[in-house]
Write a protein that binds this ligand. Sequence first.
Ligand code: SAH
Ligand code: SF4
Length: 351
Amino acid sequence: MEDIKTNILDLTYTDIEAYVEGIKQPKFRAQQLVNWIYKRFVFDLEQMHNLPKAFKVEIDNTACMYMPKVSHVSYSKADNSYKFLLKTNDDKLIEAILMLDKGRATVCVSCMIGCPLGCKFCATGSQVGFIRKLTVAEIVGQVLAILQYSKDNEITNKITNIVFMGMGEPLLNKEAVEKSIDIFTHPKCLALSPSKISVSTSGVGEGLADFIHKTGVRLAVSLHFTTDDLRSHYMPINKHFPIDKLIKELQKIKLKKRDYILIEYIMFRGINDTLHQARQLLGVIGNLKVKINLIPYNPTETLAEKASDEQTMNEFAQYLNNKGVFTSIRRSKGTGIDGGCGQFALKKANS
Ligand code: SAH
Ligand code: SF4
């Protein structure tokens, strides 16, 4: 019976209102229920003392509140971040990271277990392969579980930013990602501004512009290379959706004032880090409104390339900044605990 029950954490606020009406309860009960979940992080019906008994019995009979459970937490002092291993109902592990920095508390969420796109430099894609997509409750649940844990352990009682930069390709789990964003941003739920949410994509086809217009979130694009040859070698998706198509799709996006697309560019020593390639990069982005983020390659077991050295990265950044394109260098968060971007491997846990 369990699996046919509605998981309340899969539902947007509008869905919860419909559910409440469906079990013949007044609509305002939706808000009461949602308050417990999204404002107080209470998931146990017993503790929801302002809900009438009959309502709770009805919920208990027809619904559940399942989310992944924290199974292991490691802290990296060097970059003040916590890596969470969370366990799903079917005993798979998901990773999420909490990063604390200058008053911001950012959660990096996963949207899949593994990833089907198989980028060579990414531990998720090259070592885990693809296991399955995550549900809305499993995406939202990462943030809720981290919030609950952080509150109990006096780490933080509020999350200020969410980035979809963990395991998986958000645009290949669009429906669940969109619903999760709805829950993150709904004033009655987590009430984050869409501008505090970033979605990183490797670019998987048409529909990117629509997705951004619909959700209002910030977009980060994993470009990483300036020619189709190189990009297709490291990112097989480029064979189906090459650079010029990706750029055309990005040109369709109507950015709000002061908004920009973040271009992610992993730097590999001797492969994509010359000033000639910096110039090519300018050519590729053309007149798109972008900022560029240079990311040192985080070595994985399966790809022997090395990260560019600091001086090369600085020169590359300086070149672009001098040409008027704002460029920063990211020190990858969580590398000390093997949870930097692209290191969400989990191969042992899921095998
Ligand atoms: N699938 C999405 C989002 C998840 S990956 C995407 O590819 O954009 C988040 C970011 O980490 C991406 O920019 C990705 O290219 C980058 N990344 C993957 N492996 C990495 C590695 N080994 N070192 C540094 N960055 C990496
Ligand atoms: Fe998937 Fe992103 Fe990793 Fe590529 S970099 S395999 S798209 S998670």
